[in-house]
Write a protein that binds this ligand. Sequence first.
Ligand SMILES: C[S@@+](CC[C@H](N)C(=O)[O-])C[C@H]1O[C@@H](n2cnc3c(N)ncnc32)[C@H](O)[C@@H]1O
Length: 421
Amino acid sequence: MSSTCSCAQHVKKLNQQISVMRKEIKNLRHLIDSAVRSHRKHLDSLLSALSHSEQLGVRLYPKPDQKVQDGEGISLEEGNIQTVPIGYISSCFPGKNGTPRQPGICGQSRATLRIEASIFNNPHHALIGLEHYSHVWVIFLFHKNGRLSCKAKVKPPRLNGQRVGVYSTRSPHRPNALGLTLAKLECITGDTLHLSGIDMIAGTPVLDIKPYIPEYDSPSGRTDFGNTVCPETEVSHSGGRTVLSEEEGRGFGFDVKEVSAGRSGWRRGQGAGGESTPLASRSRAEPFEGRHDERHGETEVCYSEAPPSQVASWVRAPPVASLAVRLTPHAETELRQFQPPGKTEPGRPSFRFLRGPEEAEAAIRDVLRADPRSVYRRTRCPDRLFYFVLDSAHITCWFGGDFAEVVRVRPAEPVPAGPEG
Ligand SMILES: C[S@@+](CC[C@H](N)C(=O)[O-])C[C@H]1O[C@@H](n2cnc3c(N)ncnc32)[C@H](O)[C@@H]1O
């Protein structure tokens, strides 16, 4: 009897211990789950930061609470994409120094883009029909930005230290670090695009290519914009509206007189309560005078004939002047030593992209005319020598008040081959 009793007690005790252990296991599971979740979140943000900057093609794992879609866990609907470069730029600019700030600065700047075989079974098939276009949009990643930037205001070099909103500029330092360049399509050979007028450094990962179609992409090529001045184009508002005082306007280079003369300016399309003024529905062809409102210190200006598009005046009339460029006779002689691509006379360097010393000289002049120095270099250390590499030439120059002089042109170190080349 007593042995049956102690046995039952023993079983009861064991059951109690098992139930305690079950609870502990459950708690541990909870702890492990939440640790995994938080590590995943951390890992996700690290991976997305990496994928934004240098580690292209990194797969984002599904978030713990996110539905797995297409086996990838990446939701287009939430604005997430997995970027895979379709190719890498090979360009005559191996580094950022001296690379034009916009494609229009240096028409001779050349590059090639080979579509990766890993993207399509037949990469050249993806280019069929593109030969009918003269220009292409290149969408790329600023992979050499160093770190991601989320600053709302930036200081574009053309504004010489003044800050403006990042989205009013083409600064490389922006969230998502995407660049957009309109390049000339020289020709296509197989799976490779030959481009000119570029502002991308060698090794730039390209995410997409689209044909440039003025009928779609340029307001002057489109008819669907109609003849009205859209209220959204307004810059000057007040009371729930953005106010740009005359002084601020001038700070950014707007000039009322200039505007009245119909050359450039900003306009206001709505009244104080947001109601449309006659300006908002004014025809492009109708003349309209610039006005200054003394009470509010605001300026309301309209083009005498509204152009198809409007551009901030600092783009066309930057506070930084362009420079006169000259080469010393010694530098000129050194430049003449360079041969066009494919020529291999012993003892003389060859270009990889540029067609010869004349084209290189034109490119050097274009690059320097636009003053490629950072605002810091220009203002804080103007007397320092400036170096940049153009194709296979290493250029040394110095800057005076309103000129740049090339003093030396030497063969550059060979550029490494592969995606970075
Ligand atoms: C001002 S951005 C403009 C690029 C493009 N046209 C745009 O508007 O998006 C051009 C400058 O970006 C820099 N750059 C070019 N390729 C880059 C890359 N892959 N990574 C980081 N910076 C780059 C060069 O210094 C170049 O002068």
